[in-house]
Design a protein around this ligand. Structure first.
Ligand SMILES: Nc1ncnc2c1ncn2[C@@H]1O[C@H](COP(=O)(O)OP(=O)(O)OP(=O)(O)O)[C@@H](O)[C@H]1O
Ligand SMILES: [Mg+2]
Length: 316
């Protein structure tokens, strides 16, 4: 999609190397006002590096970033005022309370004392921490700390919120609170850039999804567009006890089998046409040192799209 004038974020052809290794290689993405863009990719794909360039924390070797038309740079610039970043690593003072942290960050961002106090109250409410705001951060759970980190990114009322895997390692209650807080911000018209390993979060929150692997954007579209891309390749899910790796090797040699993906206690077999391939798949299973406990033919979901495109599971 060509970048549009009114887009909140336009990043074009971003590139970054560390030494000889190119870790982000020609990544472009744009986000319309009020839209949420999901950046998906396995560990090391280049998501955080991309986000760091988008935020002006890291210099790009090539490419450009504009936020609401303003050019991003690593120095002081107007573009930075339009965005709030929730980094992958927590950045809070453990011996201050949540409210004290937010008031400190607010003043640091140049807000006056009364605006800081008002906004701190609003964002604490939004992330569901208003009733615990006086407690020290080091007494918070991991999920509560993360919610406080999100609150800090919202103090200056940015038009674009960038979250780097905000729900990793958080308790279910915090996760729900984070997701519903983001949904509320979406309703208020905030543009969001969201990286995650969780497909269900991407499906739930994002209008557009970009799949990154080894520094490149390998596919982009809405969830249904991405699923469409691999819809012609049904998946036979085999559950079995025994030596699944032996079965996987044999299946990979069957004509009509495109890919065999080991999953938890199961093999997902991407086939061209289940009608003709199924018999050969079953024969391979019968002659392998395994006991088949279940078989189903499935149409792919977003998780399968990812596996199909990258050959990797989204989580290690
Ligand atoms: N400061 C650095 N010096 C050298 N290599 C780096 C540095 N930062 C990142 N890399 C490398 O760049 C690649 C991309 O890393 P990045 O953190 O962007 O991946 P990611 O997609 O965010 O992964 P994760 O899901 O694990 O957070 C990795 O191979 C990483 O080792
Ligand atoms: Mg990362």
């Amino acid at each position: 999609m060509p970048p549009q004038v009114q887009d909140v974020l336009v990043a074009e052809a971003l590139r970054r190397s560390y030494g000889e290794r190119v870790v982000v290689d020609g990544v472009s993405l744009s986000i319309a006002p009020g839209a949420t863009y999901g950046l998906l990719g396995p560990n090391g794909a280049g998501k955080t590096t991309t986000i760091s360039m988008v935020c002006g924390l890291l210099a790009a070797d090539a490419g450009t970033v504009r936020v609401l038309g303003e050019p991003m740079s690593t120095g002081r610039c107007a573009a930075k005022r339009h965005l709030g970043l929730v980094p992958q690593e927590l950045a809070l003072y453990p011996d201050l309370s949540a409210r004290e942290n937010l008031e400190f960050f607010g003043r640091l961002q140049g807000l006056d004392a009364s605006t800081t106090r008002r906004r701190a109250g609003e964002v604490l409410e939004l992330v569901g921490l208003a009733d615990r705001a006086g407690e020290r951060i080091d007494a918070y759970s991991g999920g509560m700390k993360r919610r406080c980190n999100i609150a800090a990114a919202l103090l200056h009322e940015p038009e674009l919120l960038i979250l780097d895997e905000p729900t990793v390692g958080v308790d279910p209650q915090s996760r729900n609170s984070i997701l519903s807080g983001i949904a509320e911000l979406q309703r208020e018209g905030l543009a969001v850039l969201y990286t995650t390993h969780y497909m269900e979060e991407a499906e739930r929150l994002c209008d557009r999804i970009g799949i990154m692997d080894e520094g490149r954007m390998i596919a982009e579209g809405s969830t249904s567009e991405l699923v469409e891309m691999v819809a012609a390749h049904p998946i036979v899910r085999l559950r079995a006890d025994g030596e699944l790796d032996v079965l996987a090797t044999r299946l990979a040699e069957v004509t009509g089998v495109e890919r065999v993906i080991p999953a938890d206690g199961r093999l997902d077999v991407v086939v061209t046409q289940p009608g003709t391939v199924l018999a050969a798949v079953l024969e391979a299973a019968e002659t392998a040192p395994v006991a088949l406990t279940g078989i189903e033919v499935d149409s792919p979901d977003l998780e399968d799209v990812f596996l199909h495109l990258t050959g990797k599971a989204l989580r290690d």
